[in-house]
Design a protein around this ligand. Sequence first.
Ligand code: OVP
Length: 401
Amino acid sequence: MNQTATVDHFPVLDLDPFSTEFLQDPYPFHEQLREAGPVVWLSKYRVWAMARYEQVHATLKDWETYCSSAGGGLANFNKEEPWRPPSIILEADPPLHNRTRSVLQRILTRTAIEKLRAGFELEAEKLVESVLARGHIDGVMDLAEVFPLRVFPDAVGLTKEGRENLLPYANMTFNAFGPRNELFEAAFAEAETVSSWIMEQCKRESLTADGLGAQVFAAADAGEVTEKEAGMLVRSLLTAGLDTTVHGITSALYSFACFPQQWQKLREQPKMLRPAFEEVVRFQSPVQTFFRTTTREVQVGETLLQKDQKVLLFLAAANRDPRKWDNPDTFDITRRAIGHVGFGAGIHVCVGQMVARLEAESVLTALLRKVDRLELVGEPQRRLNNTLRGLSSLPLLLHKA
Ligand code: OVP
């Protein structure tokens, strides 16, 4: 047998990143993954994993070597049937990805989204006023879930009926990026009803004439995408646009409840709001992981990855890699959090990030004006998901300013 030029040895870990133990408290496991090496073999799922910032970032940037068309989750679409027709933006490579991306990108730019700001801020003021009157609230059920549901479906142009299907559908999709474990099965209990409602809302005739959905269909009228593709892009908006921002707002409330001095600092300098939310996303990483698939043999450190292998990217671990960040486990709104991979990086970087920021900023601005302190008055309850990190409950006492 010929000796290859590269010594091919690599760390092997048998941990399960989708187990209850891991998802409850991922941080010790993230450290173990980072310390094990630049790339690690996860024997339980027979996939590669990267948890250091340098490799996660480089992999996200190299879409030619690490493709998305074989799926953003554990399932390899080259070998397994996807649970739904793949997303034509998330689970697509150039050139298809470029064409679909440019449509959503134009609709979701900062200037396009600015038109929504006044309405979002008004809703946030009203909501914060009403929760403040109660004092004791649940940060998730009364704020983080309520606000996006009040503004986003209207912004897209959905009908009022059936909106209760939106979060269950997102829960299905984000669990479906993981293995077919108990979380996956539980999320899919009402899959048929939920999916068929979602698909119905993606049709041109289901959408109002003035929303983001109608703008996607305008791109079909202009010949940029087909009618069917427009529907699929609306599906992407509905899948990726709601639960993610629920988790982003939850992350902000949780961070500021845990670190009251940071809230005080932000109240003194409200101009710090944008960088503060960036730090929230770095620190909490509402989207914890994504997969890519190798399109060729590729060397990472001393390890040779074969073609058509799944690579699990720990965005959350990269966002707390001490090789990249000073005091990574400290929530500090004055740090330069830019460069975090909480929104991804490269050609697939979150296309909706301006909407996410606008929603978070609207809620936090209203709270900053009216709330002196967010006091944690009970044990937060984790909501476990194969991809998202969030809470089902966050007991808070809001102290009036
Ligand atoms: C976080 C994302 C997540 C889930 C679904 C889709 C996108 C989609 O395009 O359908 S990005």
